[in-house]
Structures are given as C-alpha cells and as structure tokens.
Design a protein around this ligand. Structure first.
Ligand code: AMP
Ligand code: GLY
Length: 385
C-alpha cells in the first residue's frame, strides 16, 4: 500500500526508515519530511496542519494509510477530518480522534481522566480567571516545590517548577492575567512536585488491546552533564536498567491497562500510539503526562529495537486486530545523541551546511535527520516546522 507519514523530525525519519522496510509498503510519502526522509520516499511540501491539502495529496497518490507523527494535527482533529469525509474515510489513519488527543492537548482534561479512572498521578487543582483568588490561596498553602502548568499546548515550555511561593504566584499571574502562553494558559493546572527518575513508555493501541513498545528515557537539558535550558530532548536511551520485570508489571496494571480501559469506558476512538510520561516515585510509577503520539528523540531509540514489520502492526491497529500480534524486541541497547545549531533552544541560525552525512565513521551508528532541508544539493539546518 501507499503510505503518507506526517511530520519533519527525527521521529519521522526513524519511522520512515522502518516503514520503508515493510513488504506491505509500496510508495512512501512524507509531508513535509526533511532531507533525510527524501532518501526514503517522496517529500510533499505540505504543512502538517493543512488538512485540505493533505487529503488531496492522499487521493492523488492513492494513499491507504496515514501515520501522524506530531501532536498538533492530532489535537486539531486530523483523524476526525479524514473519517468524516466520504472521500478519505477508507484511509487507515494512525492516531487518536480529536477528543482522545485532548489527553495531550489539555492537561486539565488528562488530569480529570486519570482521576476518573484511578490512575496514579500527582495531586492537583485547576484554575482560571473565574476562580483566580482560590488559586492564590491554594499556592500559599501548598508544599514546595510546586508545579504550575499551562493547560494547552505550549511547545514544551508551559511547565514551570517553582521552588518558592513568590515565584509560583508570579508564574500564576503571568499565565492567567498576562497571557504568557496565550490561549494555552487561560487555564492552569497546579500540581504536587514528584521526585524521582522520569521514563517514557509507549503503547500501540486499537482502543481495545495494546502492544507495549520498548521503554526509553530522554534527556532534556541542553548542556553537558544534564545542565542548562530544557529542550524537546537532546538524546535518549533504551532499554532502561531500572525498568525491572516487577516495575514493568506495575506500569502495565496500574497505568497502561486502566488507561486503555478508560478509553473504552469514555468512548474515545483511539487507534495509534500512546506515550506515557512517567515518574519512578520510589518504585511506584506515576503519570506526569500523556502524549498522543511517539516521542522525539525517543522514537529514534525505540523503533530500531522493534523487529516486527511496522506496517503489519499499524494495519492490525487500524483494523482492531492488535490482539493477534506479538511484539518482538531486540536485546540491542541504543543511545541517541542530537546535534543542533548553537543557541538552541533559544534563537539559532538556520541554513548551516551539514557535512559528513554520507560517511558516518562510527560503527553500528545510524543517522536520522531532524528538520533538515536540501539547498542546492547541500543539506542544511532548518529547524522543525
Ligand atoms: P509536561 O509538559 O507535563 O511533560 O512537563 C514537562 C516536564 O516538567 C516533565 O518532563 C517533567 O520533567 C517536569 N514535570 C512536570 N510535572 C511534574 C511534576 N508533577 N513533578 C516533577 N516534575 C514535573
Ligand atoms: N521527548 C519528549 C517528547 O517527545 O515529548
């Protein structure tokens, strides 16, 4: 079948690399893709949120499956757009419905979901300008550190961990009264700080059953030795030595299974990847966040460890046959390191020439591009859309 993959990151290059290996994949298209994905399929110059153009491209190119990489089109409802349109409803769209994607699109929505289904997470309360003063009292009476979160999507910047009350009150005011994060911060979630080591768990679900993918851990700070500003992730590793069989069992029974069961109970249509951002709180897993897609850079460490044909798994997911499949995971250990332009995650120069891509000199090394483009036969930096 012909497949369209949406996105332009390292996640999408790794997914494209895996999709291309499938005997079920005929032509592969990537929108908009990057210079790396261009070596595996056809890049289409269409933005990830341009649903009309994506739908036309699907019809023009006989696309039978669309895999959505990033969260934004999912939260904006790309799944429903395709399923509610007679011309595109036959396409296997891998990703959750708009309603289910609010698990990533709204932190208050995710917290209420966890509360409803008794899924372990940090204690919390939510506030808007309508109950602003109650939030001030809540912050003043709260233990420290305290975590203030903008409710909506804020490009990974909407979470502030405050070590004193004055800072917390100031962040609270900035978000609610001074629109620090615009619409995304019109509601805030205030929660208890969880101590421990974070990890990322991934499941592929058809809404009824699930397959657990290899676990990973990403490293978010920009500087050497885990210092400096937070980023989307500067690297990742898989597997994780502290994920023992006992700990994994707790993750399955206390978190993954109640979550999938919750989708069913709440009537969420969900055929795609679920990313559980967890904290290992003294051997007990707690959910920090849900994402409705694979992680980046976690995908670059997780996907190469999966030995199955990915298209076969995705098709089973779309057709609600995931119970027929068994995931095969290699024993390989993988570490991903991201190279970026100086200045990132602040302002950085684009259009820098990247050399040495054709001759990676490190053995057992794979190279995935994140947001690169071709310019006059050269590969240059561009950042992600
Ligand atoms: P989120 O956008 O919810 O994933 O939060 C971004 C990052 O903030 C997480 O990856 C954690 O490192 C940190 N964080 C969020 N919530 C908490 C919490 N309740 N306790 C400790 N750290 C947190
Ligand atoms: N690496 C974290 C994320 O993809 O959200």
């Amino acid at each position: 079948m012909n497949i369209l993959l949406i996105g332009s990151g390292g996640r999408e290059h790794a997914l494209a690399w895996k999709l291309k290996q499938s005997s079920l994949c005929n032509q592969l298209f990537i929108a908009p893709g990057n210079a790396g994905t261009a070596n595996l399929g056809t890049n289409l110059p269409i933005g990830v949120n341009n649903f009309d153009l994506l739908a036309s491209a699907c019809l023009d190119n006989n696309i039978e499956m669309m895999l959505v990489g990033p969260e934004e089109p999912l939260v904006k409802g790309i799944y429903d757009y395709f399923k509610n349109n007679d011309a595109t409803k036959h396409i296997h769209v891998i990703g959750p419905s708009k309603n289910a994607a609010q698990l990533e699109g709204s932190k208050a929505f995710a917290k209420a979901f966890m509360k409803r289904h008794t899924i372990p997470t940090a204690a919390y309360a939510e506030f808007t300008n309508d109950n602003y003063d109650e939030g001030i009292t809540y912050i003043k009476n709260h233990t420290l550190p305290i975590v203030i979160k903008a409710d909506g999507l804020a490009a990974g910047k909407g979470v502030v961990i405050c070590t004193n009350t004055i800072e917390a009150l100031s962040e609270y005011e900035l978000m609610l009264q001074r629109s620090k994060f615009g619409e995304a911060g019109k509601k805030v979630v205030i929660e208890e700080y969880l101590n421990g080591i974070e990890l990322s768990i991934f499941a592929l679900t058809d809404g009824e059953n699930y397959l657990l993918l290899p676990e990973a851990k990403d490293y978010k700070r920009i500087g050497e030795g885990d210092t400096g500003l937070n980023t989307g992730g500067m690297g990742a590793v898989s597997p994780l030595p502290f994920v023992t069989p006992e700990f994994l069992q707790k993750i399955k029974t206390q978190i993954v299974e109640p979550t999938i069961h919750g989708f069913k109970k709440d009537g969420f249509e969900y055929k795609g990847f679920v990313f559980f951002g967890l904290m290992n709180d003294n051997g007990n897993p707690k959910v920090i966040e849900y994402n409705c897609r694979m992680g980046d850079p976690e995908t670059e460490t997780v996907i190469p460890r999966i030995e199955n044909d990915l298209v076969d798994l995705l098709l089973a997911c779309s057709q609600q046959r995931i119970h027929e499949k068994k995931i095969v995971i290699s024993k390989q250990c993988i570490a991903t390191v991201i190279a970026v332009s100086g200045g990132y995650p602040g302002d950085y120069e684009k259009g820098k020439i990247i050399e040495g891509l054709d001759n990676p000199t490190i053995p057992d090394c794979m190279l995935f591009h994140c947001g690169t483009v071709k310019k006059n036969e050269l590969t240059v930096t561009n950042g992600e859309e």
